[in-house]
Design a protein around this ligand. Structure first.
Ligand code: ADP
Ligand code: C5P
Ligand code: MG
Length: 215
């Protein structure tokens, strides 16, 4: 007699989608240059179905967009290892999140935001624009000694084509990391949000540690 009821009830997935449309889930991914953020994000995407948004990749794409009003500014900041003003970066991130949600009808609502927030300007700008719109789960912190990162980046520089994968820019990027980014990681640490992973092991070992936070 009540056989018709189940078909009228929205599926669990549909209910979740309605809620998820309202609040995308976000994990920030931080660590020094060459710590392995991008490498680990690719593995998380494959195994746990997240969407990877790299702030650096989005900035490089904007930099290479013909007629971009901010392309030259971004190019200068990247070469100097400086952090681009948050209005630009946060705008690109929000646009990418919205496009993903719209294109997938809210199916894809879990985001790894890689390389952000990188300084106080990033943090404040994000909190003003996005804090109420997303559910920040935690901050993944890939902790890697500078010497290991340097070797990795200089090797990557042989094929990456990046304007900042050279010894000169790298020095500036490490300085920015130590003086501007590390305090942001510490800030999240104070509220228990940081999941720290030793990143100076082979990629599979690092991923085993990382996976624990996604089970
Ligand atoms: P990030 O995004 O943090 O700058 P990447 O993931 O791009 O770092 O890695 C930087 C370089 O180091 C790449 O060439 C990558 O292949 C290599 N790499 C990443 N993780 C490891 C690892 N655990 N061990 C050795 N090399 C790695
Ligand atoms: O994360 P990735 O190594 O790709 O970042 C490359 C550069 O992009 C940084 O050194 C910085 O100049 C710029 N960037 C930024 N703000 C971010 C992320 C990256 O200005 N939040
Ligand atoms: Mg990267």
């Amino acid at each position: 007699m009540f056989n018709f009821i189940p078909s009228l009830l929205p599926s669990v997935q549909a209910v979740r989608r309605i809620f998820s449309m309202a609040k995308p889930q976000v994990i920030f991914v931080l660590g020094g240059p060459g710590a392995g953020k991008g490498t680990q994000c690719a593995k998380i995407v494959e195994k746990f179905g997240y969407v990877h948004l790299s702030a650096g990749d989005l900035l490089r794409k904007e930099k290479n967009t013909p007629d971009s009003k901010v392309g030259q500014l971004i190019a200068n900041y990247i070469k100097e290892g400086k952090i681009v003003p948050v209005k630009i970066t946060c705008g690109l991130l929000e646009k990418a999140m919205n496009e993903t949600m719209e294109e997938t009808n809210g199916e894809k609502y879990k985001f790894l935001i890689d390389g952000f927030p990188r300084n106080k300007d990033n943090l404040d700008g994000w909190n003003d624009a996005m804090n109420d719109k997303v559910d920040l789960k935690f901050v993944l912190f890939f902790d890697c000694p500078e010497s290991v990162c340097t070797t990795r980046i200089l090797e990557r520089g042989q094929t990456s084509g990046r304007t900042d994968d050279n010894a000169d820019s790298l020095k500036k990027r490490f300085n920015t990391y130590a003086t501007e980014t590390k305090p942001i990681i510490d800030h999240y640490g104070e509220s228990g949000k940081v999941r720290k992973i030793a990143a100076d092991h082979d990629p599979e070992t690092v991923f085993q540690e990382t996976s624990k936070y996604f089970q």
